[in-house]
Ligand binder design. Structure first.
Ligand code: SF4
Length: 401
Protein backbone atom coordinates (compact mmCIF):
# COMPACT_ATOMS: atom_id res chain seq x y z
CA UNK A 1 0.00 0.00 0.00
CA UNK A 2 2.92 2.43 0.18
CA UNK A 3 4.99 1.83 -2.93
CA UNK A 4 3.86 4.92 -4.87
CA UNK A 5 5.90 8.15 -5.02
CA UNK A 6 2.64 10.07 -5.08
CA UNK A 7 1.79 8.89 -1.57
CA UNK A 8 4.72 10.97 -0.29
CA UNK A 9 3.52 14.00 -2.27
CA UNK A 10 0.06 13.46 -0.81
CA UNK A 11 1.40 13.76 2.74
CA UNK A 12 2.68 17.26 2.13
CA UNK A 13 -0.50 18.29 0.26
CA UNK A 14 -2.63 17.18 3.21
CA UNK A 15 -0.36 18.91 5.69
CA UNK A 16 -0.59 22.19 3.72
CA UNK A 17 -4.36 21.82 3.43
CA UNK A 18 -5.04 21.25 7.12
CA UNK A 19 -2.51 23.80 8.39
CA UNK A 20 -3.76 26.34 5.87
CA UNK A 21 -7.48 26.19 6.78
CA UNK A 22 -8.55 29.67 7.82
CA UNK A 23 -11.74 31.63 8.41
CA UNK A 24 -14.21 32.00 6.79
CA UNK A 25 -14.65 28.22 6.81
CA UNK A 26 -17.57 26.21 5.43
CA UNK A 27 -18.16 22.59 6.41
CA UNK A 28 -19.45 20.47 3.57
CA UNK A 29 -20.46 16.86 2.91
CA UNK A 30 -18.10 14.89 0.67
CA UNK A 31 -20.45 15.05 -2.32
CA UNK A 32 -21.85 18.44 -1.41
CA UNK A 33 -21.66 21.58 -3.58
CA UNK A 34 -18.05 22.42 -2.68
CA UNK A 35 -17.59 24.45 -5.88
CA UNK A 36 -20.14 27.05 -4.76
CA UNK A 37 -18.46 27.41 -1.38
CA UNK A 38 -14.99 27.66 -2.88
CA UNK A 39 -16.12 30.25 -5.43
CA UNK A 40 -17.76 32.30 -2.67
CA UNK A 41 -14.37 32.44 -0.91
CA UNK A 42 -14.73 29.89 1.90
CA UNK A 43 -12.03 27.47 2.92
CA UNK A 44 -13.75 24.09 3.09
CA UNK A 45 -13.53 21.42 5.75
CA UNK A 46 -15.09 17.97 5.26
CA UNK A 47 -16.29 16.19 8.43
CA UNK A 48 -16.47 12.82 6.62
CA UNK A 49 -12.75 13.07 5.96
CA UNK A 50 -12.33 13.57 9.71
CA UNK A 51 -14.58 10.57 10.29
CA UNK A 52 -12.38 8.44 8.01
CA UNK A 53 -9.27 9.65 9.87
CA UNK A 54 -10.88 8.61 13.16
CA UNK A 55 -11.52 5.18 11.65
CA UNK A 56 -8.12 4.75 10.01
CA UNK A 57 -6.30 5.81 13.18
CA UNK A 58 -8.52 3.33 15.10
CA UNK A 59 -9.41 6.10 17.56
CA UNK A 60 -13.11 5.76 16.69
CA UNK A 61 -13.72 3.00 19.23
CA UNK A 62 -12.73 5.40 22.00
CA UNK A 63 -15.17 8.11 20.87
CA UNK A 64 -18.24 6.18 19.69
CA UNK A 65 -19.42 5.29 23.24
CA UNK A 66 -19.31 8.98 24.20
CA UNK A 67 -21.80 9.79 21.44
CA UNK A 68 -24.01 6.91 22.62
CA UNK A 69 -24.05 8.53 26.07
CA UNK A 70 -25.22 11.75 24.42
CA UNK A 71 -28.22 9.94 22.93
CA UNK A 72 -26.95 8.77 19.55
CA UNK A 73 -27.87 5.13 18.94
CA UNK A 74 -25.58 2.13 18.37
CA UNK A 75 -26.81 1.42 14.86
CA UNK A 76 -26.46 4.87 13.28
CA UNK A 77 -23.58 6.10 11.11
CA UNK A 78 -20.29 5.55 12.93
CA UNK A 79 -18.73 8.55 11.18
CA UNK A 80 -21.36 10.58 12.98
CA UNK A 81 -20.91 8.88 16.35
CA UNK A 82 -17.10 8.88 16.26
CA UNK A 83 -16.98 12.52 15.13
CA UNK A 84 -19.49 13.80 17.68
CA UNK A 85 -17.84 11.65 20.37
CA UNK A 86 -14.40 13.08 19.55
CA UNK A 87 -15.84 16.60 19.69
CA UNK A 88 -17.44 15.96 23.08
CA UNK A 89 -14.13 14.61 24.39
CA UNK A 90 -12.19 17.55 22.90
CA UNK A 91 -9.85 15.35 20.85
CA UNK A 92 -8.86 14.94 17.20
CA UNK A 93 -6.26 12.96 15.22
CA UNK A 94 -5.49 16.28 13.47
CA UNK A 95 -3.50 17.24 16.56
CA UNK A 96 -0.88 14.54 16.25
CA UNK A 97 -0.81 14.68 12.46
CA UNK A 98 -0.88 18.45 11.86
CA UNK A 99 -0.73 20.21 15.22
CA UNK A 100 -4.40 21.35 15.10
CA UNK A 101 -6.07 21.32 18.50
CA UNK A 102 -9.53 20.94 16.91
CA UNK A 103 -11.20 21.00 13.50
CA UNK A 104 -11.68 24.59 12.25
CA UNK A 105 -14.82 26.33 13.53
CA UNK A 106 -17.49 26.68 10.85
CA UNK A 107 -18.94 29.98 9.59
CA UNK A 108 -21.41 28.05 7.43
CA UNK A 109 -22.41 24.38 7.38
CA UNK A 110 -23.71 22.75 4.20
CA UNK A 111 -24.90 19.20 3.62
CA UNK A 112 -26.45 17.30 0.75
CA UNK A 113 -28.71 14.34 1.52
CA UNK A 114 -27.83 12.77 -1.85
CA UNK A 115 -25.93 10.21 0.26
CA UNK A 116 -28.13 9.83 3.35
CA UNK A 117 -30.31 11.69 5.83
CA UNK A 118 -27.77 10.98 8.58
CA UNK A 119 -25.70 13.94 7.42
CA UNK A 120 -28.63 16.24 8.27
CA UNK A 121 -28.51 15.04 11.89
CA UNK A 122 -24.73 15.09 12.06
CA UNK A 123 -24.26 18.55 10.55
CA UNK A 124 -27.32 19.88 12.36
CA UNK A 125 -25.69 18.91 15.67
CA UNK A 126 -22.67 21.06 14.85
CA UNK A 127 -24.89 23.91 13.68
CA UNK A 128 -26.41 23.99 17.18
CA UNK A 129 -23.02 23.48 18.81
CA UNK A 130 -21.38 26.41 16.99
CA UNK A 131 -24.52 28.52 16.60
CA UNK A 132 -23.82 28.57 12.90
CA UNK A 133 -26.13 28.74 9.86
CA UNK A 134 -26.85 25.32 8.32
CA UNK A 135 -28.08 24.85 4.76
CA UNK A 136 -29.33 21.46 3.58
CA UNK A 137 -29.69 20.40 -0.04
CA UNK A 138 -32.43 17.76 -0.28
CA UNK A 139 -32.45 16.18 -3.74
CA UNK A 140 -34.92 13.49 -4.81
CA UNK A 141 -33.53 10.12 -3.62
CA UNK A 142 -33.01 6.60 -4.98
CA UNK A 143 -33.60 7.57 -8.60
CA UNK A 144 -33.55 5.14 -11.50
CA UNK A 145 -33.57 8.07 -13.94
CA UNK A 146 -32.58 11.67 -13.17
CA UNK A 147 -34.98 13.99 -14.96
CA UNK A 148 -34.60 17.61 -15.89
CA UNK A 149 -37.26 18.42 -13.23
CA UNK A 150 -34.98 16.80 -10.63
CA UNK A 151 -32.10 18.96 -11.83
CA UNK A 152 -34.30 22.11 -11.73
CA UNK A 153 -35.23 21.25 -8.16
CA UNK A 154 -31.60 20.96 -7.02
CA UNK A 155 -30.45 23.99 -9.01
CA UNK A 156 -33.06 26.08 -7.20
CA UNK A 157 -31.76 24.83 -3.87
CA UNK A 158 -28.21 25.75 -4.92
CA UNK A 159 -29.42 29.28 -5.70
CA UNK A 160 -30.87 29.51 -2.19
CA UNK A 161 -27.56 28.29 -0.76
CA UNK A 162 -25.73 30.99 -2.73
CA UNK A 163 -27.95 33.68 -1.19
CA UNK A 164 -27.13 32.43 2.34
CA UNK A 165 -23.42 32.08 1.50
CA UNK A 166 -23.32 35.63 0.15
CA UNK A 167 -24.86 36.95 3.38
CA UNK A 168 -22.35 35.05 5.52
CA UNK A 169 -19.32 36.07 3.50
CA UNK A 170 -20.57 39.60 2.79
CA UNK A 171 -20.08 39.72 -0.97
CA UNK A 172 -21.84 38.41 -4.08
CA UNK A 173 -20.81 35.22 -5.82
CA UNK A 174 -18.49 35.86 -8.74
CA UNK A 175 -19.93 33.61 -11.48
CA UNK A 176 -16.69 33.74 -13.49
CA UNK A 177 -14.94 32.33 -10.43
CA UNK A 178 -17.60 29.60 -10.10
CA UNK A 179 -17.03 28.60 -13.73
CA UNK A 180 -13.30 28.40 -13.10
CA UNK A 181 -13.77 26.25 -9.97
CA UNK A 182 -16.12 23.91 -11.84
CA UNK A 183 -13.56 23.70 -14.67
CA UNK A 184 -10.91 22.63 -12.16
CA UNK A 185 -13.30 20.15 -10.52
CA UNK A 186 -14.06 18.62 -13.89
CA UNK A 187 -10.35 18.40 -14.75
CA UNK A 188 -9.58 16.77 -11.38
CA UNK A 189 -12.50 14.37 -11.72
CA UNK A 190 -11.46 13.35 -15.27
CA UNK A 191 -7.92 12.66 -14.06
CA UNK A 192 -9.16 10.70 -11.03
CA UNK A 193 -11.27 8.59 -13.40
CA UNK A 194 -8.22 7.84 -15.55
CA UNK A 195 -6.20 7.00 -12.43
CA UNK A 196 -8.81 4.43 -11.38
CA UNK A 197 -9.05 3.07 -14.91
CA UNK A 198 -5.35 2.15 -14.89
CA UNK A 199 -6.49 -0.83 -12.80
CA UNK A 200 -8.33 -2.18 -15.85
CA UNK A 201 -4.89 -3.44 -16.90
CA UNK A 202 -3.88 -6.98 -15.98
CA UNK A 203 -2.00 -7.01 -13.68
CA UNK A 204 -3.36 -3.84 -12.07
CA UNK A 205 -0.83 -1.16 -11.01
CA UNK A 206 -3.34 0.27 -8.53
CA UNK A 207 -5.48 -1.33 -5.83
CA UNK A 208 -8.66 -0.27 -4.06
CA UNK A 209 -6.55 0.04 -0.90
CA UNK A 210 -4.29 2.60 -2.58
CA UNK A 211 -7.36 4.34 -3.96
CA UNK A 212 -8.92 4.93 -0.55
CA UNK A 213 -5.85 6.98 0.41
CA UNK A 214 -5.20 8.63 -2.96
CA UNK A 215 -8.79 9.85 -3.26
CA UNK A 216 -8.29 12.50 -0.55
CA UNK A 217 -7.62 15.42 -2.94
CA UNK A 218 -10.68 14.76 -5.12
CA UNK A 219 -12.77 14.96 -1.95
CA UNK A 220 -11.20 17.80 0.00
CA UNK A 221 -9.42 19.78 -2.73
CA UNK A 222 -11.94 19.36 -5.53
CA UNK A 223 -11.94 22.55 -7.62
CA UNK A 224 -8.27 23.46 -7.05
CA UNK A 225 -5.16 23.37 -9.22
CA UNK A 226 -3.46 21.39 -6.42
CA UNK A 227 -5.78 18.43 -7.03
CA UNK A 228 -5.33 18.66 -10.80
CA UNK A 229 -1.52 18.68 -10.49
CA UNK A 230 -1.54 15.80 -8.01
CA UNK A 231 -3.63 13.54 -10.24
CA UNK A 232 -1.62 14.51 -13.34
CA UNK A 233 1.54 13.26 -11.60
CA UNK A 234 -0.17 10.19 -10.14
CA UNK A 235 -1.53 9.18 -13.53
CA UNK A 236 1.94 9.48 -15.10
CA UNK A 237 3.40 7.36 -12.30
CA UNK A 238 0.76 4.65 -12.70
CA UNK A 239 1.18 4.54 -16.48
CA UNK A 240 4.92 4.09 -15.99
CA UNK A 241 4.30 1.26 -13.51
CA UNK A 242 1.84 -0.31 -15.90
CA UNK A 243 4.31 -0.21 -18.79
CA UNK A 244 6.84 -2.01 -16.60
CA UNK A 245 4.26 -4.58 -15.47
CA UNK A 246 4.76 -3.38 -11.91
CA UNK A 247 1.63 -4.70 -10.20
CA UNK A 248 -0.01 -3.63 -6.94
CA UNK A 249 -0.27 -7.35 -6.14
CA UNK A 250 2.76 -9.25 -7.39
CA UNK A 251 1.70 -12.49 -9.09
CA UNK A 252 -1.92 -11.32 -9.31
CA UNK A 253 -4.16 -14.34 -9.89
CA UNK A 254 -7.61 -13.19 -8.87
CA UNK A 255 -9.30 -9.83 -9.48
CA UNK A 256 -11.88 -8.63 -6.98
CA UNK A 257 -14.39 -5.79 -6.73
CA UNK A 258 -15.13 -4.10 -3.36
CA UNK A 259 -18.71 -2.92 -3.02
CA UNK A 260 -19.54 -0.60 -0.14
CA UNK A 261 -17.69 1.41 2.48
CA UNK A 262 -14.05 0.74 3.35
CA UNK A 263 -13.34 -0.76 6.78
CA UNK A 264 -11.01 2.09 7.68
CA UNK A 265 -9.38 0.44 10.69
CA UNK A 266 -8.52 -2.68 8.67
CA UNK A 267 -7.25 -1.32 5.35
CA UNK A 268 -3.72 -2.52 5.97
CA UNK A 269 -4.59 -5.98 7.28
CA UNK A 270 -7.13 -6.65 4.52
CA UNK A 271 -4.70 -5.46 1.88
CA UNK A 272 -1.96 -7.73 3.31
CA UNK A 273 -4.30 -10.71 3.59
CA UNK A 274 -5.53 -10.49 0.02
CA UNK A 275 -2.08 -9.72 -1.36
CA UNK A 276 -0.72 -12.87 0.34
CA UNK A 277 -3.50 -14.76 -1.44
CA UNK A 278 -2.61 -13.21 -4.85
CA UNK A 279 -5.93 -11.38 -4.95
CA UNK A 280 -6.04 -7.79 -6.24
CA UNK A 281 -9.00 -5.58 -5.41
CA UNK A 282 -9.08 -3.65 -8.68
CA UNK A 283 -12.23 -1.55 -8.48
CA UNK A 284 -15.00 -0.22 -6.26
CA UNK A 285 -18.04 1.97 -6.52
CA UNK A 286 -16.74 3.81 -3.43
CA UNK A 287 -13.66 5.31 -5.11
CA UNK A 288 -15.66 5.92 -8.29
CA UNK A 289 -18.16 8.04 -6.37
CA UNK A 290 -15.98 11.13 -6.90
CA UNK A 291 -16.08 10.91 -10.69
CA UNK A 292 -18.41 13.66 -11.86
CA UNK A 293 -18.68 13.36 -15.63
CA UNK A 294 -21.45 15.93 -15.84
CA UNK A 295 -19.57 18.98 -14.53
CA UNK A 296 -19.65 21.65 -17.21
CA UNK A 297 -18.05 25.06 -16.62
CA UNK A 298 -20.30 26.71 -19.19
CA UNK A 299 -23.38 25.72 -17.16
CA UNK A 300 -21.96 25.41 -13.66
CA UNK A 301 -25.04 25.26 -11.43
CA UNK A 302 -27.20 22.91 -13.48
CA UNK A 303 -24.29 20.66 -14.29
CA UNK A 304 -23.39 20.45 -10.59
CA UNK A 305 -27.02 19.70 -9.78
CA UNK A 306 -26.97 16.85 -12.30
CA UNK A 307 -23.61 15.48 -11.24
CA UNK A 308 -24.34 15.47 -7.51
CA UNK A 309 -27.83 14.02 -7.92
CA UNK A 310 -26.65 11.18 -10.16
CA UNK A 311 -24.12 9.70 -7.73
CA UNK A 312 -24.29 5.93 -7.28
CA UNK A 313 -25.49 5.98 -3.67
CA UNK A 314 -28.48 8.10 -4.68
CA UNK A 315 -29.71 5.67 -7.36
CA UNK A 316 -32.28 2.89 -7.57
CA UNK A 317 -31.30 -0.77 -7.54
CA UNK A 318 -31.86 -1.29 -11.29
CA UNK A 319 -29.44 1.51 -12.10
CA UNK A 320 -26.94 0.17 -9.54
CA UNK A 321 -27.16 -3.25 -11.18
CA UNK A 322 -26.38 -1.70 -14.58
CA UNK A 323 -23.37 0.22 -13.22
CA UNK A 324 -21.99 -2.83 -11.41
CA UNK A 325 -22.44 -5.09 -14.42
CA UNK A 326 -20.50 -2.65 -16.57
CA UNK A 327 -17.69 -2.20 -14.06
CA UNK A 328 -17.26 -5.94 -13.49
CA UNK A 329 -16.80 -6.31 -17.22
CA UNK A 330 -14.45 -3.35 -17.70
CA UNK A 331 -12.19 -4.38 -14.82
CA UNK A 332 -12.26 -8.11 -15.71
CA UNK A 333 -13.43 -9.02 -12.21
CA UNK A 334 -13.50 -12.63 -10.98
CA UNK A 335 -15.44 -12.06 -7.76
CA UNK A 336 -17.26 -9.32 -5.85
CA UNK A 337 -17.08 -8.60 -2.13
CA UNK A 338 -20.09 -6.84 -0.62
CA UNK A 339 -19.31 -5.09 2.65
CA UNK A 340 -22.41 -5.04 4.83
CA UNK A 341 -21.51 -1.97 6.92
CA UNK A 342 -23.76 -2.28 9.93
CA UNK A 343 -24.05 1.45 10.62
CA UNK A 344 -24.43 2.52 6.98
CA UNK A 345 -27.34 0.85 5.27
CA UNK A 346 -27.18 3.66 2.69
CA UNK A 347 -23.95 2.35 1.27
CA UNK A 348 -24.49 -1.38 1.87
CA UNK A 349 -26.00 -2.74 -1.30
CA UNK A 350 -26.35 -6.37 -0.25
CA UNK A 351 -29.63 -6.14 1.66
CA UNK A 352 -32.25 -6.26 -1.09
CA UNK A 353 -31.04 -9.21 -3.17
CA UNK A 354 -28.65 -7.29 -5.42
CA UNK A 355 -25.72 -9.76 -5.02
CA UNK A 356 -27.92 -12.66 -6.20
CA UNK A 357 -29.29 -10.70 -9.17
CA UNK A 358 -25.79 -9.59 -10.13
CA UNK A 359 -24.43 -13.15 -10.02
CA UNK A 360 -27.41 -14.48 -11.95
CA UNK A 361 -26.78 -11.82 -14.59
CA UNK A 362 -23.01 -12.08 -14.90
CA UNK A 363 -22.04 -15.49 -13.50
CA UNK A 364 -19.58 -13.69 -11.21
CA UNK A 365 -19.70 -15.03 -7.63
CA UNK A 366 -20.09 -12.74 -4.65
CA UNK A 367 -19.27 -12.84 -0.96
CA UNK A 368 -20.84 -10.65 1.73
CA UNK A 369 -18.78 -9.82 4.79
CA UNK A 370 -20.10 -8.18 7.94
CA UNK A 371 -18.27 -5.15 9.22
CA UNK A 372 -18.40 -1.41 9.53
CA UNK A 373 -16.63 1.71 8.35
CA UNK A 374 -15.53 2.78 11.84
CA UNK A 375 -17.20 0.66 14.50
CA UNK A 376 -15.01 -2.44 14.71
CA UNK A 377 -17.37 -4.08 17.22
CA UNK A 378 -19.27 -5.19 14.12
CA UNK A 379 -16.22 -6.80 12.51
CA UNK A 380 -14.48 -10.10 13.24
CA UNK A 381 -10.91 -10.46 11.92
CA UNK A 382 -11.02 -14.25 12.18
CA UNK A 383 -14.33 -14.64 10.41
CA UNK A 384 -13.41 -12.20 7.63
CA UNK A 385 -10.06 -13.93 7.08
CA UNK A 386 -11.60 -17.39 6.82
CA UNK A 387 -14.36 -16.27 4.48
CA UNK A 388 -12.08 -14.20 2.23
CA UNK A 389 -9.44 -16.94 1.94
CA UNK A 390 -12.09 -19.54 1.11
CA UNK A 391 -13.68 -17.25 -1.47
CA UNK A 392 -10.35 -16.52 -3.17
CA UNK A 393 -9.49 -20.24 -3.24
CA UNK A 394 -12.83 -20.98 -4.92
CA UNK A 395 -12.15 -18.31 -7.53
CA UNK A 396 -8.68 -19.71 -8.19
CA UNK A 397 -10.30 -23.14 -8.59
CA UNK A 398 -12.65 -21.71 -11.21
CA UNK A 399 -9.65 -20.33 -13.12
CA UNK A 400 -7.96 -23.75 -13.07
CA UNK A 401 -10.94 -25.63 -14.48
S1 SF4 B 1 -23.35 7.51 3.65
FE1 SF4 B 1 -23.16 6.14 5.39
S2 SF4 B 1 -21.11 6.51 6.20
FE2 SF4 B 1 -21.60 8.23 4.86
S3 SF4 B 1 -22.42 9.78 6.24
FE3 SF4 B 1 -24.16 8.61 5.44
S4 SF4 B 1 -24.56 6.97 6.92
FE4 SF4 B 1 -22.53 7.82 7.32
Amino acid sequence: MTRLRSQQALKSILSDYFKGLKSPVAWCTSAGPAEILRALGFDIYFPENHGALLGASRAASKYIPRAHQAGYANEICSYLTSDIGAHLMGETPLKEAYGLSAPPKPDLIVFNTNQCREVAEWFGYFGREFNCPVVGIFPPRHLEVVTSADIDNVTKQFEELIAVGERVIGKPLDYAKLKEVVRLSKAGSDLWKQVLQTAQQTPAPLSFWDGTILMAPIVILRGTQTAVDFYTDLLAELRELSQNNNAAVPSEQVRLFWEGMPIWGRLRSLSDLLTENQAAVVASTYCNSWIFDDFNPTDPLRSMAGAYTQIFINRGEEHKLTVLRQMLNEYKVDGIIFHDAKTCFNNSNCRFGLPGRLTADTGIPSLTIDGDLNDLRFYSDGQAQTRLETFVEQLKGKHDR
